[in-house]
Design a binder for this molecule. Structure first.
Ligand code: HEM
Length: 136
């Protein structure tokens, strides 16, 4: 039976299940496997991030915009809306597979919104640093 997302343990489980899919994806797995050297630390950080996001605890400290601009630059400005679409599909799929309730909808909405911001920020950053790729 599916459960509600109630605490850090649930968020941690969600994050682990989600990245297990991401890491093995043929189209976007390599972005993560190239950039992330310490997966345990990454999974901990992302658990902090979503726990902070959902339960308003002060754990995650970071700048996702800057991080994604760096990732995009590392791959020559080639990340498109396709990558964000794949990411979001896995997020929705993982949430629906294991959980139900209001927090599922909240996490879908927040990831969708954040994906839009990250992508627009990447796009603007490319123009600023004079990259040639302007593909959306
Ligand atoms: C769609 C919504 C997305 C959300 C909400 C999201 C969220 C995050 C967050 C919170 C971090 C941790 C930032 C930090 O280190 O403080 C992160 C890291 C990362 N993200 Fe995303 N992300 C999204 C999409 C993507 C996409 C589409 C890609 C690549 C195609 C991507 C690649 C990465 C990589 C490689 C890292 C680790 C960077 C590093 O540690 O060197 N993300 N993401």
């Amino acid at each position: 039976m599916k459960k509600q997302i109630e605490n850090r343990t649930d968020v941690e489980f969600l994050v682990h299940q989600f990245y297990a899919k991401i890491r093995t994806d043929k189209e976007i797995g390599f972005y993560f496997n190239t950039m992330i050297k310490d997966w345990d630390a990454h999974l901990d950080k992302l658990t902090d991030f979503w726990e902070t996001n959902l339960f308003a605890v002060k754990k995650y400290k970071g700048n996702p915009n800057a991080v994604h601009n760096e990732v995009d630059a590392r791959f020559d400005g080639k990340i498109t809306s396709n990558e964000f679409g794949i990411w979001l599909n896995y997020w929705f799929q993982t949430l629906d597979e294991h959980f139900e309730g209001e927090n599922v909808e909240t996490l879908k909405r927040r990831a969708r919104k954040m994906g839009t911001f990250l992508f627009v920020s990447m796009f603007e950053h490319r123009k600023k640093i004079g990259e040639t790729s302007t593909e959306i």
